[in-house]
Ligand binder design. Structure first.
Ligand code: ARG
Ligand code: GLU
Length: 659
């Protein structure tokens, strides 16, 4: 009977990867090709990744170290998101040339704008080196040999499955990347933070760059003598559009997921970490929003800070909801118990689950302390720069900046586990009487610039304790709740899972290496009886348009085109109305870093640019739920429409390969 139950349990556990789940390594994509082709893909594994001939991977770039971009012309023209190009666009914006507000289009190559700190990387090849490392080769030697293979080559060894497998990635890095064009923020950031993570969506989140190279077509530092890069491969752009059910593939650089963590870690995220971080950020956002509402200069000043605080804040709220709805803690606990029952009979894995749980219990407080510190004290400046002091509205910021100090000090005092609190902090509170009084004392010195010594002392204390925690956890990789010991245990755990759960399709967690995700254009049931269609159109933009609300105030030219229904070749018929497609939803498994990724159709042609997910599906970083997990892309036809009809830069389309 017991055996029967066990067999049954294994059979139930052994379901293959849920539909459309997964971020696959391009060099191993042949294992997925059958499934991809069943779902509509028309090409081969070699079309996706090949080291012998040009393949799609040659047209995908890691953009600025945290986003993805795609090459769309034989002359190195590159598309990515507006929010990925934001720093570059902002750095060229002045009062006279306000590209953030009005957009920018280089009329000639000479007008394309160089960017000092921007680079892109193209994958030359990837290769498993697990055996070479096991045989005693030094990682450093492997990396250096790879970098010596070519001009501008960069290499790194990345762990898959917590180090079960190791891969060498070799990239060609280009440091001369120029801004070619961007729509105004009223298109590129339409809907702002209000619409962020939301569907239905109407954001034209794209910008245009170009890679430059030496005359020999090799990576080179910026020089006016550099010429447009001639890629091995660029994407054909499809103007035929997509519809519900159509195959989609995303090729890009997802940053960080944790699909194999124990229920203990999921509970930590959903019950302790996310709620604390959300609450802390709610308070910061309230203070900043109040300042923004009181003063137009402060609204602009705090816009970028508000956006970056609000982005993860909203994501975490969706993550908590998704984990609760999907009952991820319970299903993971059940899964690991069934594994543990099997593992009890295997010497290699017998204790791995209890040991993992013990290690979680050991590290959870120090890790939490580190997170709380990062969300509170570490967000405060130890001094204000001369440039800041010179701002005409500097004095108007004083009450808000002071309030942020007082708030951060109070939150830290209330939330940081006592054993990991910074000594200097406790002393300061004792001396001043309260966290707020201590905050005031430090703030006065920092603000006036007269006495920053106490703030510097606190910063030293923060650094010291954060380092002490890293030492205690034994690893510098603290993106996730992790320690050196956990990593070792996970190596065994994942190996055990793969031996036990033989029908599950395992994929390595995202770690900012190149991946393929595939799925289809698909709406979803947002709430009972409420279906969200997967396509939005210009009509939705017009419905949201409101000159009185900053985030919804579209350019007059867009209103005019709409009034005249002057869409040229970009118009489509939806039912009985003539309109322009704007954004679409699909089931591709993506995460942060996939911003700017090419969305490709069954023929490998570009149909969209990925830029977001729906907020209630962001638990896909931990567990993918095919019924609600959706990524959001801007339709390439809207991108072309905006370049052509709003930007008046139709000449850029001439160098693309349109189909
Ligand atoms: N949510 C997207 C991402 O995680 C877009 C963020 C930028 N847009 C914004 N409105 N803040 O990066
Ligand atoms: N906007 C995210 C990024 O910048 C992508 C959204 C997500 O899937 O997390 O990478």
């Amino acid at each position: 009977m017991k055996k029967l139950l066990l067999t049954l349990a294994i059979a139930l556990a052994a379901l293959p990867a849920a539909a459309d789940e997964g971020m696959w390594l391009p060099s191993l994509i042949s294992s997925r090709i059958k499934d991809m082709r069943t779902k509509g893909f028309r090409l081969t594994a070699d079309d996706i990744y090949s080291i012998n001939r040009a393949s799609m991977k040659d047209a995908v770039v890691l953009f600025g170290g945290g986003c993805t971009g795609e090459i769309v012309s034989a002359e190195g023209l590159l598309l990515t998101n507006h929010h990925c190009g934001y720093d570059a666009i902002a750095s060229h914006s002045t009062v006279e040339h306000d590209y953030l507000t009005y957009g920018f289009w280089a009329r000639t190559r000479a007008e394309e704008l160089p960017n000092e700190r921007l680079n892109v990387r193209i994958l030359v090849r990837m290769e498993e080196v697990t055996d070479r490392l096991a045989a005693g080769e030094e990682p450093k030697a492997i990396i250096e040999a790879a970098q010596a293979e070519g001009t501008g080559y960069r290499a790194s060894i990345e762990q898959m499955y917590y180090g079960t497998q190791q891969f060498l990635f070799v990239y060609e890095q280009f440091d001369d990347v120029r801004l070619v064009g961007t729509p105004p923020s009223s298109i590129g950031k339409f809907g702002g933070d209000t619409d962020n993570w939301i569907w239905p969506r109407h954001t034209g989140d794209f910008s245009v760059f170009r890679i430059y190279a030496s005359k020999e077509n090799k990576p080179a530092a910026y020089s006016p003598d550099n010429v447009p890069y001639r890629p091995r491969r660029h994407f054909t752009v499809s103007t035929h559009g997509i519809g519900e059910g159509d195959f989609t593939m995303i090729y890009g650089f997802p940053g960080n997921t944790q699909e194999y963590i124990l229920s203990d870690a999921v509970a930590y995220v959903a019950e302790r970490s996310d709620p604390a971080k959300i609450a802390i950020r709610t308070g910061r956002l309230d203070l900043i929003s109040a300042a923004q509402e009181s003063d137009p200069a402060l609204r602009i000043f705090y816009a970028a800070r508000h956006a970056s605080i609000a982005n993860a804040w909203k994501k975490w709220q969706g993550e908590v909801l998704g984990i609760g709805r999907k009952r991820t803690v319970e299903t993971k606990r059940d899964y690991e118990q069934r594994f543990a029952a099997w593992a009890a009979g295997q010497t290699e894995y017998a204790d791995v689950v209890p040991q993992l749980k013990a290690e979680y219990a050991r590290i959870v407080d120090p890790y939490f302390a580190r997170e709380i510190t990062s969300e509170t004290l570490a967000t405060l400046p130890a001094r204000y720069t001369d440039a800041e002091r010179a701002e005409t509205f500097f004095a108007r910021r004083e009450p808000t900046e002071r309030a942020l100090f007082r708030y951060a000090f109070r939150q830290y005092a209330d939330r940081c586990p006592a054993a990991y609190r910074i000594e200097e902090f406790d002393e300061g509170v004792a001396a001043c009487g309260s966290p707020e009084a201590y905050a005031d004392r430090l703030f006065d010195g920092v603000w006036s610039g007269d006495d920053t010594a106490p703030a510097d002392r606190l910063k030293e204390g923060i650094k010291r304790v954060q380092k002490q925690i890293v030492d205690e956890l034994g690893t510098a990789n603290l993106r996730n709740l992790n320690s050196r010991r956990l990593n070792e245990l996970y190596t065994a755990y994942i190996r055990g899972l793969r031996a036990w759960d033989t029908r599950r399709a395992f994929f390595p967690d995202a770690n900012l290496t190149l991946r393929v995700a595939y799925g289809s254009v698909s709406g979803y049931e947002y709430a009972d009886g409420e279906y969200h269609k997967p396509l939005t159109t210009l009509d939705g933009i017009i419905a949201k348009d409101n000159p009185a609300i900053y985030d919804y105030d579209i350019p007059q030219s867009l209103r005019d085109l709409y009034a005249a229904k002057d869409y040229g070749r970009w118009g489509i018929d939806v039912g009985d109305r003539r309109t322009v497609p704007v954004c679409f939803l699909a089931t591709n498994h993506t995460t942060g870093g996939n911003s700017g990724s090419p969305v490709l159709n069954a023929r490998g042609e570009l149909v969209g640019i990925n830029f977001d997910r729906t907020w209630r599906s962001t638990m896909s970083d931990i567990e993918f739920d095919p019924s609600i997990c959706r990524n959001i892309a801007v339709d390439i036809r809207y991108v072309l429409f905006v370049i052509d009809r709003i930007g008046g830069a139709g000449y850029l389309l001439d160098e693309m390969t349109l189909r």
